[in-house]
Write a new protein. Structure first.
Lengths: 194, 179
């Protein structure tokens, strides 16, 4: 159970390892506040859609599972969108179109298809929590770097800055992973930690 | 065939349930959204014309504007809704102007300018520069001085769009004889 939670944050981080849902990752990370807002919205939708899809996994026929997943996800995204407009209007204005666009975020559909429709409700919820926190941390990290560097170098606030930051972060993460695998090899590791 | 009908009905049940839930969510949040919108409008009016105690919506020759009234009910000035085309897309904002032609404040309502650059037009330091300046004399400059409007670094087009459109819109109001 612990494994299912932490895999979303480190080993299978949606933004840095699975490379899913990169459109909002690159677009809204101009400030840390936006990143946390977006991350929380994704977290909320992910948890509820995973719970419901897991509950309905025996009712949904496999031929029409994708439309059913999309209906569940779209319903929760609309709820988030309406609540944000009502209770956090400033944040809603900042994030704009990217809240409704969570419907097509591959992280959520990906978890529904790869995890929630096969596993129990509890495991699906834990998986969603881990993945959602993983997304929030990844977005905050990118946004923190961009906001900080953007104060001196305008390019980091603009779209190219998102790609440069993302590229550098991925390079570092891949290097760390590689080193970890090499050091594992010496200890006759079975490769679980790769 | 039977299979298709079965799947269709199932999908319909799913969509119907989701739609029902959303109706409920809409009913709950809608009053707050409307209240928020009205509050945003009133707040914006207070910001652009701090001395007025009452605002009255008026319409003349298809132009919508607000009359700002003081505590005694006398007209103290006007608040205008202004559109400007910025660096990317429209900027909608409000500007208050008193009877002498001095600006009392501006407030950006919506914009799609570059985040971190042009979007800084919403920052108070930029908007506050317009306060107490006469509408005929406002000018965008790149070096700071007290008389003019300091452009946002890297967003001169957005800064100019606002300044130029205040002038243009006020001019139109004069020409149509609303003031």
């Amino acid at each position: 159970m612990k494994k299912e939670f932490f895999k979303g944050i480190f080993k299978e981080n949606p933004s840095f390892c699975l490379l899913l849902g990169l459109c909002p990752t690159l677009a809204v990370t101009t400030s840390v506040v936006n990143a946390i807002g977006m991350g929380s919205a994704v977290l909320f939708v992910l948890v509820w859609s995973n719970i419901f899809i897991s509950l309905l996994r025996n009712v949904i026929p496999s031929q029409i599972r994708i439309p059913c997943f999309v209906i569940v996800i779209a319903a929760f995204v609309t709820i988030v969108d309406l609540s944000m407009k009502a209770f956090f209007p400033a944040l809603s204005r900042q994030l704009g179109i990217f809240i409704p666009l969570i419907v097509v975020n591959c992280v959520i559909l990906g978890r529904a298809e790869a995890f929630a429709c096969r596993k129990s409700v509890l495991l699906s919820m834990i998986d969603a929590l881990g993945m959602g926190i993983g997304v929030t941390c990844a977005l905050s990290l990118i946004a923190g770097i961009r906001e900080l560097l953007g104060k001196g170098m305008l390019i980091f606030i603009l779209a190219p800055g998102a790609f440069i930051t993302m590229g550098c972060l991925l390079a570092v993460i891949n290097k760390v992973k590689k080193l970890k695998i090499q050091s594992c090899g010496k200890h006759k590791c079975t490769g679980v930690c790769s | 065939m039977k299979q298709i009908i079965k799947l269709g009905i199932l999908l319909m049940i799913f969509s119907g349930t989701a739609a029902g839930l959303l109706v409920k969510a809409y009913d709950i949040t809608n009053p707050y959204i409307i209240k928020e919108r009205e509050k945003a409008e009133q707040d914006a009016l207070k910001i652009v014309f701090p001395n007025a105690s009452l605002f009255e919506k008026k319409e003349k020759q298809d132009i919508m504007y607000y009359e700002a009234k003081d505590a005694g009910g006398n007209i103290a000035g006007y608040v205008l809704n202004i559109k400007a085309s910025g660096y990317s897309g429209l900027i909608l904002f409000m500007a208050g102007i008193d009877l002498n032609g001095d600006l009392t404040g501006i407030k950006i309502l919506s914009n799609s300018e570059t985040p971190g650059l042009g979007a800084n037009i919403t920052k108070p330091w930029f908007c506050d520069q317009f306060k107490d300046k006469h509408v005929d004399t406002i000018k965008v400059v790149k070096q700071k001085d007290d008389k003019n409007i300091l452009a946002i670094t890297g967003a001169t087009i957005s800064s100019r769009a606002i300044t130029d459109n205040i002038k243009k819109t006020v001019q139109e109001f004069y020409e149509k004889g609303i003031f």
